[in-house]
Design a protein. Structure first.
Length: 280
């Protein structure tokens, strides 16, 4: 018995040290801010406007406003919430795709990302940043019934909560997950992490039950970051109206490579959202 204790105690202490390290460092595991690289929509033949605006606590956020030269009061406006290791520089190609899909768009960086102001990151902070970006569109005179919110990966949770706080025409989630807790359990089932230990919950599975706008969920068939079963569980919980679209044969970050294969269903979804009078 004494020999068993000699073996088990160091193992237990090591395990508790790993759990404690996760608790202390979890925000560094969630958020991976990157700086701008100089790549812009101009590299893909698009004119754009650099924009900046203060967030709810005064932190300066930066991004791009991209619009078609022909004004159209019925054109959909896209607000894009990026993932945890992106910035606008990495979305220059994506902006070209969205432009070709018919969107005018605001693509922005959360605090500490890209050229936005440096400030501590948290769920509350980035979701507040997204709400301010939405309000920036409203201040330009853009009506709710033209705004489509699109979120990728971590940004899918940001976008989903934003849709519960505002009244967009529609919501598109790409690579969504139920919560940070669910992802942690899926990746590390051996690690005893309890819900109360999660500082930034990102409960997408709850947010999609609270929105009123139509929902389109896109998920990569071979997603190794957020396995497709996690996305499907979010979809099953989501309130109607909702639609599922599996992108065949690709991984988590590969959607731009096949985006045009799914242009028609995405444009049809957007068209239905803008045609539906969901705010009466």
């Amino acid at each position: 018995m004494k020999q068993l204790r000699i073996v088990l105690i160091p193992l237990l202490l090591a395990y508790l040290n790993i759990v404690g390290g996760y608790f202390v460092l979890q925000r560094k595991l969630i958020f991976h801010p990157v700086p701008v690289t100089g790549t812009t929509p101009k590299n893909y033949g698009l004119a754009f406007q650099d924009v900046s605006f203060p967030s709810f606590d005064g932190v300066t956020l930066t991004g791009w406003w991209i619009e078609h030269p022909q004004k159209d009061s019925n054109r959909p406006i896209l607000l894009y919430c990026h993932g945890n290791a992106d910035c606008v520089s990495q979305l220059a190609e994506v902006s070209r795709i969205f432009y070709n899909f018919g969107f005018d768009m605001l693509i922005f960086d959360y605090r500490d990302y890209g050229a936005s102001g440096k400030a501590p990151l948290s769920e509350k902070a980035v979701e507040g940043d997204a709400l301010v970006a939405y309000q920036w569109l409203k201040e330009r005179g853009i009506q709710d019934n033209r705004i489509m919110i699109w979120g990728h990966s971590l940004g899918s949770s940001v976008a989903a909560e934003l849709a519960t706080l505002t009244h967009p025409a529609g919501l598109i989630l790409e690579g969504a997950f139920p919560s940070i807790y669910a992802v942690s359990r899926q990746r590390n089932p051996w690690l005893l992490i309890l819900p109360f230990m999660i500082k930034d919950k990102f409960e997408t599975g709850r947010y999609v039950t609270q929105r009123a706008c139509p929902l389109l969920m896109i998920h990569a068939e071979k997603d190794t970051i957020i396995p497709i079963e996690l996305g499907w569980s979010v979809f099953q919980e989501a309130a109607e109206p909702k639609q599922w679209l599996m992108a065949k044969g690709i991984n988590h970050n590969d959607f731009p490579s096949v985006a045009y294969d799914y242009q028609k269903p995405i444009q049809e979804f957007v068209g239905k959202c803008l045609a539906a009078d969901t705010h009466k």
